[in-house]
Write a protein that binds this ligand. Sequence first.
Ligand code: FES
Length: 130
Amino acid sequence: MATNTRRTFLKIAAAGIAAIFVFLWNKLIVNHLATSQQSKSVFPFNKNKTVSFIDNYIVVNNEGTTTVLSSKCSHLGCTINNAENGKLVCPCHGSEYDLTGKILKGPAYKNLEIIPSKITENGQNIEIGS
Ligand code: FES
């Protein structure tokens, strides 16, 4: 009798763990689809400012090049909203990225996502997204 109870408990526990796994996997996929289906947005552009935090983006003007990065930290997704000494610093766990989005210090281990962008013809706005 005790063996049956233990087996039943283990089956229920395994089913619970599987359900949690499926839930988390589904959430990851939905998040990925949400970020990969971004639409185009237009924001004012200031070419004289090295780093601008706009909406969910980081616009970097460095050495004549404009790069737009996702402000979502590649570690656990906190919003990066700080630049110190030429580095982008995550406020949550201290990951650091250079101005091209390349990881300099963990715990994050992936670079920031580069977002397609285009400066409008009059140079006053930037279109971000695809
Ligand atoms: S979420 Fe950015 S370092 Fe953890």
